[in-house]
Design a protein around this ligand. Structure first.
Ligand code: CMP
Length: 220
């Protein structure tokens, strides 16, 4: 991963929700200590267990947050897209990285050293407030996932995942994002075969249908 030593344009920082409340002086200060780099699809940006040194923000591209067991089985904890950050957990509590973060496609990343990020938090309470808000959202999502795993069977988990991924387009609920059955399985703690079976079943019963690249969920 080649690091680009150029500092960032403050305008790029202003467009990131985490820093959008900063004034020009603060944005300028931050832009001088931030760096950017590009990573290719499949690159591992953060590895579970490593000692923490930076906070990352995705400027473009998508990344997945994963963990693996001793047998190499992978679970996907979350997907991250443009403007979303990662690497904050280790920076905040000083523990090693809690998970892997892997580029799911080519990504442009901005990163800040631990010192620079801590200084930014100390000097700008609104950044700390935004950070807390996003961490609370992530905790809510994690609670929902725990609930799904504990209370729903694989049918229920697939159905909930599809609904969570869906959006309304022209009065219909559709899933636009392409996701493989393998990745779905890794998100809900099931086998790919089981996910395929459930998806076939949902289609046969008319609960889902494919319309070109879209997956439509009628009747919701
Ligand atoms: P850190 O532990 O430093 O390194 C791994 C990062 O993955 C972690 O910080 C978070 O930024 C991110 N991460 C871990 N779990 C989740 C989750 N459930 N949702 C979103 N991001 C996560």
């Amino acid at each position: 991963m080649a690091a680009n030593p150029c500092s960032l344009n403050p305008v790029v920082l202003r467009n990131l929700p985490l820093f959008s409340g900063l004034d020009d002086v603060e944005l300028d200060k931050l832009s001088k200590v931030a760096s950017r780099k590009r990573v290719e699809r499949g690159a591992s940006v953060v590895r579970a267990g490593e000692v923490t040194d930076s906070l990352y923000i995705l400027l473009s591209g998508r990344a997945k947050v994963t963990n693996t067991d001793e047998e190499g089985r992978e679970i996907i904890l979350a997907w991250l897209g443009p403007s979303e950050f990662f690497g904050e957990m280790g920076l905040l509590d000083g523990s090693p990285r809690s998970a892997n973060v892997v580029a799911a496609e080519a990504c442009e990343l901005m990163f800040l050293s631990k010192d620079a990020f801590q200084r930014c938090l100390q000097d700008n309470f609104q950044v700390a407030q935004k950070l807390m808000k996003i961490l609370v959202q992530r905790l809510r999502e994690a609670d929902r996932k725990i609930e799904s795993l504990a209370l729903l069977d694989v049918y229920g988990r697939v159905a909930r995942l599809l609904l969570d991924m869906s959006e309304e387009v022209d009065g219909l609920r559709v899933v636009k994002k392409k996701i493989s059955k393998q990745d779905m399985a890794k998100m809900i703690g099931a086998s790919r075969e089981m996910v395929s079976k459930v998806m076939r079943d949902l289609e046969l019963r008319g609960y889902i249908r494919y319309d070109g690249d879209l997956l439509v969920i009628p009747g919701v």
